[in-house]
Design a protein around this ligand. Structure first.
Ligand code: BG6
Length: 485
C-alpha cells in the first residue's frame, strides 16, 4: 500500500443520504396524507418574483395545489418512485458497500393529518419493510425524523410549528416510530438543517409567510418549539430505544471575511457565530448570550413554558450531524459586490474558488476548517450527513456516465476530512447527499443530479426511471472497500 494512502478510522460509517420527500413518490398511496413537500412546485412554472423566493409559498399556490391530484407540476409527489423500487436501489447501495443509509420518515405516512391519535398501519409497515431490506444487506439505517416536510393539515389548521400543540403531535409521532423500530434503528437525527426555518419558514416550519403579521417573531417562536420537540425526541429516544444515538443536524454556512478589514472580519465572525446558535442550544442546552442580545435588539420575545429551559438542558444530543456543500464570503459592503448563489443562501464571490454549474463555490478546505471549529467548540462526535455536487450529467452513446467532476469533488472533500481526522476531530461517518439522483429540494428540478446512480427521468417526469451506475459508483465502491483513498 503506498505511503500516501489515506486510511479512515476502523468502523467509519460510509454511505449515502436521501430524504423521503425527494425520492419516495407514492404521495397518495398507503393512506399517506398531503404534506408540505407535495405542494412544492417545479420552479419553471413560477413567476420571476416567486422564483427569487422559491423557498416560500403563497395562499393561492397552496389552494391550487390542494385542488389538483395531478403530479406533473409537483415533482416531489412522484420523486424517483423509491416507494416501489427501494429493493432495487438498496441492492445497488449494497453493491457499493454502504455501511449506512440516511433516510427520513414522512410524518404524513404515519399520521396523515398529523393530529390523529392512532397511526396509519400501512405507513408504519412501509418503513418496516424498508428497514428490513437495509438490514438484510448489512446496511444500518440512519433515520431523520423531520426532513423538509410535515402534514399540510397542521399548516392550515394550526399554523405549522408556530403552534405549541404541534410539539405534542410531533412527539407522539416520535414515540410511535421509536417504539415500532427500536430493534431495527439505533441511529436517529431530529430536524434536518434546523437552522433553515430562518431562511425558508414554509419548508422547515410549515409557515405560510402571508399568514403572519410579524414573520420574524413567529419564526423564532416556531424554532423554539422545534428545539423543545428535539429535546423531547432525544429524551424518548434514549428511554425507548436501547443503545441508541440521536443527533441534531445543521447546515454548514461557513463564511470568510472578504478582506482583513476588522469590520469584514467581525461580520464574518458574527455570521459564523449565528450559524452555531442552533448547535449551541442542542449540544450545550442553553440559549447563548449573543442570541439574547440579538433578540433584545430585534424585539423578539419568546413565549416559553415553565420547564422549557430545564428540558433543553437535560436532553442534549449525542452527536452533531451537518451538511456541507460550499463556503461563502461576506463583507460590510456585500451588496455592492459580485454575488454567487448557494445552498439557500448566497454571498460575495470568492475569486479563489471554482463554482458548480449552479454557482455553488466548491471549497474542500472549508470542510476541514468547519470540522475543526465544531469539534473544538463541542467535543462531541461529528457526522457529515450531506455533501455532494449537483451537476448536469451526460449519458454517452454506450449508456455510460463519465462523471469525473463528481469524483474530483468527492476526492478533494474526503482528503480534507482525513486531514481533519489527523487534526484530532472525531468524525464517525460520511453519507454523501443524493447517492441516487433525486428531486432537488430547492427547485424541485431533476436535472441537478447528485447521484452515484443515474435515474432516467427529466424535469417533467418523462423517462423510464431506469437506474444506471455512473463512473463515480465504482470509484466510491473502491473507497469504501479500502476504507480510504
Ligand atoms: C440540503 C437539504 O440543504 O441541500 C437537501 O437537506 C437538499 O434536502 C440539499 O436536497 C441540496 O439542495 P438542492 O436544492 O440542490 O436539492
Amino acid at each position: 500500500m503506498s505511503s500516501n494512502f489515506r486510511k479512515f478510522p476502523e468502523g467509519f460509517l460510509w454511505g449515502g443520504a436521501i430524504a423521503a420527500n425527494q425520492v419516495e413518490g407514492g404521495w397518495n398511496e398507503g393512506g399517506k396524507g398531503l404534506s408540505t413537500a407535495d405542494v412544492a412546485m417545479y420552479r419553471k412554472h413560477l413567476s420571476k418574483a416567486d422564483y427569487k423566493k422559491h423557498n416560500s409559498i403563497s395562499e393561492e399556490q397552496i389552494k391550487e395545489a390542494m385542488e389538483t391530484a395531478d403530479a406533473s407540476d409537483y415533482p416531489k409527489r412522484r420523486g424517483i418512485d423509491f416507494y416501489h423500487r427501494y429493493p432495487e436501489d438498496i441492492a445497488l447501495f449494497a453493491q457499493m458497500g454502504f455501511k449506512v443509509l440516511r433516510v427520513s420518515i414522512a410524518w404524513s405516512r404515519i399520521f396523515p393529518n398529523g393530529n390523529e391519535t392512532e397511526p396509519n398501519e400501512a405507513g408504519l409497515q412501509f418503513y418496516d419493510d424498508l428497514f428490513d431490506e437495509l438490514i438484510k444487506h448489512g446496511i444500518e439505517p440512519l433515520v431523520t425524523l423531520s426532513h423538509y416536510e410535515m402534514p399540510l393539515y397542521l399548516v392550515n389548521e394550526y399554523g405549522g410549528w408556530t403552534s405549541r400543540e404541534v410539539v405534542g403531535f410531533f412527539v407522539r409521532f416520535c414515540q410511535v416510530v421509536f417504539e415500532r423500530y427500536k430493534h431495527k434503528v439505533k441511529q436517529w437525527i431530529t430536524f434536518n438543517e434546523i437552522d433553515s426555518i430562518i431562511r425558508h419558514p414554509f419548508t422547515s416550519g410549515g409557515m405560510v409567510p402571508d399568514r403572519f403579521e410579524n414573520l420574524e417573531q413567529s419564526v423564532y417562536q416556531a424554532l423554539h418549539h422545534q428545539f423543545i420537540a428535539s429535546a423531547l425526541a432525544v429524551k424518548y429516544c434514549h428511554e425507548i430505544v436501547a443503545d441508541s444515538q440521536i443527533g441534531c443536524m445543521l447546515t454548514c454556512l461557513i463564511k470568510y471575511p472578504n478582506t482583513p478589514n476588522p469590520k469584514d472580519v467581525l461580520v464574518a465572525y458574527q455570521d459564523n457565530q449565528f450559524n452555531l446558535f442552533f448547535t449551541d442550544v442542542q449540544v450545550r442546552g442553553v440559549y447563548p448570550k449573543y442570541i439574547e442580545r440579538l433578540f433584545r435588539e430585534k424585539g423578539i420575545q419568546l413565549e416559553k413554558h415553565a420547564g422549557d429551559d430545564e428540558l433543553l438542558k437535560a436532553h442534549t444530543v449525542d452527536f452533531i450531524s451537518f451538511s456541507y456543500y460550499m463556503s461563502l464570503v461576506t463583507s460590510v459592503d456585500s451588496e455592492r459586490m459580485e454575488q454567487v448563489s448557494g445552498n439557500t443562501i448566497g454571498g460575495v464571490k470568492n475569486p479563489y474558488l471554482e463554482t458548480s454549474e449552479w454557482g455553488w463555490q466548491i471549497d474542500a478546505v472549508g470542510l476541514r476548517i468547519f470540522l475543526n471549529d465544531l469539534y473544538n467548540r463541542y467535543q462531541v462526535p461529528l457526522f457529515i450527513v450531506e455533501n455532494g455536487m449537483g451537476a448536469h450529467d451526460k449519458v454517452e452513446e454506450d449508456g455510460s456516465i463519465q462523471d469525473d467532476y463528481r469524483i474530483s469533488y468527492f476526492q478533494q472533500h474526503l482528503e480534507q476530512m482525513h486531514e481533519a481526522i489527523l487534526d484530532g476531530v472525531e468524525l464517525i461517518g460520511y453519507t454523501s447527499w443524493g447517492c441516487i439522483d433525486l428531486i432537488s429540494y430547492s427547485s424541485s428540478e431533476m436535472e441537478k443530479r447528485y447521484g452515484f446512480i443515474h435515474v432516467d427521468q427529466d424535469n417533467d417526469g418523462n423517462g423510464t426511471l431506469a437506474r444506471t451506475p455512473k463512473k463515480s459508483f465504482y470509484w466510491y465502491k473502491d473507497v469504501i472497500s479500502n476504507n480510504g483513498l
